[in-house]
Write a protein that binds this ligand. Structure first.
Ligand code: TXE
Length: 500
């Protein structure tokens, strides 16, 4: 790759990646491989191993052994922190490289990918602090004859299934916290975006993570993914992806060993804009919230709920902003909106744009497919004349499609915001503190933004209310999810005998 020019280019030949077992990369050998084409360029960029059932079993066995031999879980928090900090350092030195492969497989703009990977460095640094500060509790209100101690124990082998929209960011919102808690991991990245998970495996080994603590299997969700869900030797599973597969995850756990689950699923997130907001800021925020990552974002602000008195003007302001955002080659530094990641997702989004019009909504801007001579792109679409029952207003599209619904009172805005099976994220835009705080208290969402959107950091937990998921990732809450509590009751001195 030529890092010196402004526009990088895809590799001349696809790069081969092995899967990752026992602290080393395993080449394909006689196994089948699959090729990933860059959605922004339409050329092959990576080749991955189609892991077999035996490979998955070997990865779980590797994680099991590394957990049971206590080479990781019995380290001091300080020693675990040292390795997490070294990982952060090594990752910082490889930001450009990780961002390059992320962009090639996912289609997101390179500048955005670089910022995401930079953010991941902070996840490892923060989790290092948590490894040192994680602690239990004690109860000395038990009289002089006893002491109660509560310890936080790792859960064991954690399966980690991640999607293609933020392959590295979603991984790093989980891995450092899982490791900080003393667990071992078998990761199964999305089949279309596995490269950066495999690069992280290399970095972790170089940082000194014991062999077998972090393993990666590549391949399809229906084969190796499903086997990971059902595996009797996996103690917990963290899944991020579609609601449909989320259901399969819950069923598999119930059918097998009741493994603990963490789920981050879909969203249909409201952006509530009041007439007293700074409308310039709000228009920029709403445009960013729907077009960032081409709307392929579980926390995209896809439902604009705006006070009627400003609805028409504000809709126009957002449409004008979006029309100015630069759609282009994801490897171009100046690109703001990149490619749609998969052919299937491209079809889904175009299907919804058609359906919206067929249902009677008015497309006021976007929706076309700019011809860049390569790759697949969609200009952000904005719909007015939307009713709450239309599919475009209810279903997660996972693309740059914004629906506008006007409201008259705050109560109505809150009830429209909550009129969804999901509860992942929401934003309010208002300069009235009472309005902003009342809405923030009453909207059902795991993440809430006031006068901003899609913001956060390693300290802040991530997760959903309602059908958007179970549990929380990141922050102190994230590491606690990957621990279990043991209570120890200690008797001091001579026992008072039951049988005299
Ligand atoms: O997701 P899948 P897809 C939503 C979004 C999108 C839709 C479909 O609406 O349009 O899901 O995307 C693995 N057992 N989100 O089809 O299939 C798969 O290999 C075990 C929301 O890509 O859920 C991948 O690693 N694993 C979302 C991961 O699950 C299985 C992010 C996600 O893929 C499996 C992505 C199985 N049976 C999509 N089937 C969010 N919340 O951010 C698939 N997988």
């Amino acid at each position: 790759m030529d890092q010196s020019s402004t526009i990088l280019t895809p590799p001349a030949e696809p790069r081969d990646f092995g899967f990752y077992l026992e602290g080393a990369s395993v080449p394909a050998g006689s196994r089948e491989v699959f090729v990933r084409n860059s959605p922004g360029h339409g050329v092959p960029v990576t080749r991955m191993v189609k892991c077999t059932d035996d490979d998955l079993d070997a990865a779980v066995a590797s994680a099991r052994r590394a957990f049971d031999d206590r080479s990781w879980s019995a380290l001091t928090g300080a020693d675990r922190a040292t390795i997490l900090l070294r990982t952060a350092e090594l990752l910082r030195a490889r930001i450009d490289e990780v961002a390059y492969w992320e962009t090639l497989e996912n289609g997101k703009p390179i500048a955005q990918a670089r910022a995401e990977v930079g953010g991941c460095v902070g996840m490892f640094e923060y989790a290092a602090g948590l490894a040192r500060s994680l602690h239990g509790d004690s109860f000395n209100n038990t009289g002089d004859g006893a002491l109660g101690v509560v310890t936080r124990e790792p859960i064991g082998v954690v399966g980690l299934i991640t999607p293609w929209n933020f392959p590295f960011l979603i991984l790093c919102e989980r891995v450092p916290y899982i490791l900080a808690g003393g667990n071992t991991i078998v990761a199964k990245p999305s089949e279309v975006t596995s490269a950066t998970t495999l690069i992280l495996a290399e970095i972790l080994t170089e940082a000194g993570l014991p062999a077998g603590v972090f393993n990666v299997v590549t391949g399809s969700g229906r084969t190796v993914g499903q086997r990971l869900l059902e595996h009797m030797d996996v103690d917990m599973l963290s899944f991020t992806g579609s609601t449909a597969v989320g259901r399969a995850v819950v069923e598999a756990s119930g059918r097998t060993n009741f493994k603990k689950l963490g789920l981050e699923l879909g969203g249909k997130n409201p952006q509530i804009v009041f007439a007293d907001a700074d409308l310039e800021d709000a228009a920029d925020g709403v445009a960013f919230g729907i077009a960032f990552n081409t709307g392929q974002c579980c926390v995209s602000g896809s439902r604009l709920i705006v006070e009627r008195s400003v609805a028409e003007d504000f809709g126009r302001m957002v449409a004008e902003k979006l029309a100015k955002a630069k759609i282009g080659d994801p490897l171009d530094e100046s690109t703001q909106i990149g490619a749609i990641t998969t052919d299937a997702q491209n079809e889904t989004i175009l299907g919804y744009i058609e359906k919206g019009q067929a249902e009677g909504a008015t497309l006021i801007s976007g929706g076309a497919q700019p011809d860049l001579g390569k790759g697949q792109y969609i200009a952000p679409a904005v719909f007015t004349d939307v009713t709450p029952n239309m599919a475009i207003a209810r279903e997660e599209i996972f693309g740059p499609v914004l629906t506008i619904l006007p409201f008259d009172t705050m109560e109505e805005a809150i009830s429209m915001a909550n009129d969804t099976e999901y509860g992942l994220a929401a934003s309010v835009w208002s300069k009235n503190i009472d309005t902003a705080l009342t809405v923030s208290r009453q909207v059902q969402a795991g993440r809430f933004w006031v006068n901003t959107t899609l913001a956060g950091g390693p300290e802040l937990p991530i997760g959903g209310f309602k059908q958007s998921g179970w549990g929380r990732e990141a922050g102190i809450y994230g590491v606690e999810e990957y621990t279990q509590i043991k209570s120890v009751f200690i008797e001091i001195g001579k026992r008072d005998h039951w049988i005299k």
